[in-house]
Design a protein around this ligand. Sequence first.
Ligand code: GPK
Length: 808
Amino acid sequence: MSPEILKAAFADNLNFAVGRPAEIATPEDWYQAIAFSVRDRIMHRWVRQFEKRNAPDVRQVAYLSAEFLPGPHLGNSLLNLGITDNARKALAGQDLDLYIGLEEEPGLGNGGLGRLAACYLDSLATLCYPATGYGIRYEFGIFDQSIKDGWQVEVTDKWLLPGNIWEIKRPNFAQVVKIGGHTETYTDEHGAFRVRWIPDRVVVGVPYDTPIVGYLSDSCVLLRLWSAEAAQSFDFADFNRGDYYGAVEEKVFSENISKVLYPNDEQLEGKRLRLEQQYFFVACSIKDMIRLCLRRGSTLERFHEMFCVQLNDTHPAIAVAELMRQLVDKYAMPWERAWDITRRTFSYTNHTLMPEALEKWPLPLFGSVLPRHLEIIYEINRRFLDEVRTRFPGDEGKIARLSIIDESGEKYVRMANLAMVGSHTVNGVAALHSELVKTQLFPDFHDLDPKRFQNVTNGVTPRRFLGLSNPGLTRLIDGRIGDSWLSNLDRLRELEAFAGDVGFQQDWMRVKLENKTRLARIIRDRTGVVVDPSSLFDIQVKRIHEYKRQHLNVLHIITLYQRIKHDPRLQITPRTFLFGGKAAPGYFMAKLIIKLINSVAETVNQDPAVRDLIKVVFLPDYNVKHAQNIYPAADLSEQISTAGKEASGTGNMKLSLNGALTIGTLDGANVEIREEVGAENFFLFGLTCEQAARLRAGGYNPGDYCHGDPELRGVIELIDSGLFSHGDRDLFRPITAHLLERDDYLLMADYRPYVNCQQEVDHAYRDRHHWTRMSILNVARMGKFSSDRAVREYADNIWKLKPFAPEA
Ligand code: GPK
């Protein structure tokens, strides 16, 4: 698409879609005009492919996810369409990057799980797989984080306020969803015994479609997000005849369902509204698939041939019972047939072993929201447990553990068990995690059917996280190996040949320095802290969680601080420690960790004795947009979770892809990253998952580590002295007391190995050629971690899905 054509398109859209004369157009107006023009091109592809995508023999994947974190669309869509340079030319002198930067991001997710879903859409589109991402169009996404006096303050996210050019409302595909009420039995006209569900509420789900364009592939996938609206005609006709205000109330009540994203990451909230959200989007999505299936002339007997449905964690697991309900209650299919279809339709991805994240719903709550589903679940469970009994007669313990209903105390519906029973395949998200899924999480299911368990190691899209975020490095790589690596990441391997090339190393260092200089400017503008771009940028960005151990990082910072104070002439590699991440609003310890980081930053940054050797920065409001500025500037990537706790991690991949070296434990995908880049190019420390288990089993006493290590004791005492809290000796006591008394995440045990490993990092960074060589090798060996590879594995091994056009 030539610059002239784009220029005309921008002018047209400024005129006709935005309605502003060029003379007075603001940057926001220009953003909109460009975005409309890009959307036009995406729509063109979308419409052109309609036939191919909907051919009767085309099988589709539906990716059901309560979260999607796509990031701003404009920059990425320009890149994927291959028109960024021409768009720049078309704008002759105007600042395209300024316009791109104006876009609000759809923060419809919490962290890794939502971002993974977005990476997979990018790859599905790029590889021409027929796919739809189904989710919720939250009116308010993840809160914006600001920092006041060192504490996190949550501010409502208003992403829809400026309007959202990328979505198209499709009221004609709206679906009605029932909630609450009771069930009745009746005999149908053939004398058959049937059940119907009489709800006490109905809401309407209206889909909003955002087509996601693939990288230079001419292909799109659809992100279809459901928004809740009131069923107006229903109100007036059946309930509130003439009751206008009652109907308005009902409207507000209905719209609540898609109002706000629950901001908890790997933590249960257990709220009725959350269950309603889950059911709402699942019911709309299943009905939408049934509609499509029938429209394409198929019968529901072939539902599983038309659709495979991936459950992104257990949030959409109710889909198993909903498809059964549709097939049995509505379409009068015999139970066995319906169950066979259901089992062939679903597969389930587990994303965590953290016990507090495993979803379970109190039975009374579940029954009051979804009375018919509870009955169906009982029936699924009865048949399933009968089968188990014939295989393991008399093993009541096993039966209790496998049951979808937890009856050990107060009764619960276990969503993971429902997902397991209703799926043909379950997968973990990294090799180690997938092993733990078999041995720790679902050992009884594994005994029952080991073939059902698979691994698909996570991946990330190189388009957004290198091509778009790091144009400097992209150009440098293109210059050496051409540009095909962006859709074939294994080709980065060809960079290995240049790892020792001094000229290439210098270019590599120059790009990194430019990226760090840019980030330093952002840090100064957003926090007032001045950092030195030539210092080592040591970065930990991710949700704040005790298991991710941001506070272990802090213990290291205080260790260095203490060393400098004891020895004012100490020579260490100057470092900038950068943190970013949100804490769940109700997670006290996580919020206190943020306060600790900011308090240590305040003390350290203004202490002249530190001689600017260390700077500590907490960059507020970590999100996709900010991440894109951070990854390219990283020298060191902190992946320091307690072994066995991080299912995979994906930030670890993005940072390494941008040339950061990793300091990390043998956890999640770190294990595979280390395998790929080579042990000599990875800073490993800490307990393994087996060692951690043994330590705990033997009666772990964290206090022993502290008392046996004077430096560690000094660090804890320094925190408790009030030095970082204006004399308040109690402020951080919940953290230090937990570390000394319980230390669930084994910081005390891993402290010394971590600090020693950091010393190795310090030394390694002084040899810049060697460091740069390691950095180049890290990038060269990241091919495996492309989401293209991951999506192909899902398609080949789980979905049995083919691209609808042969790959170019
Ligand atoms: C896992 F269970 C969950 C969750 O509720 N939210 C979430 O972001 C993350 N995750 C894991 O913590 C990461 O290790 C993993 O890489 C990511 O999901 C994607 O699989």
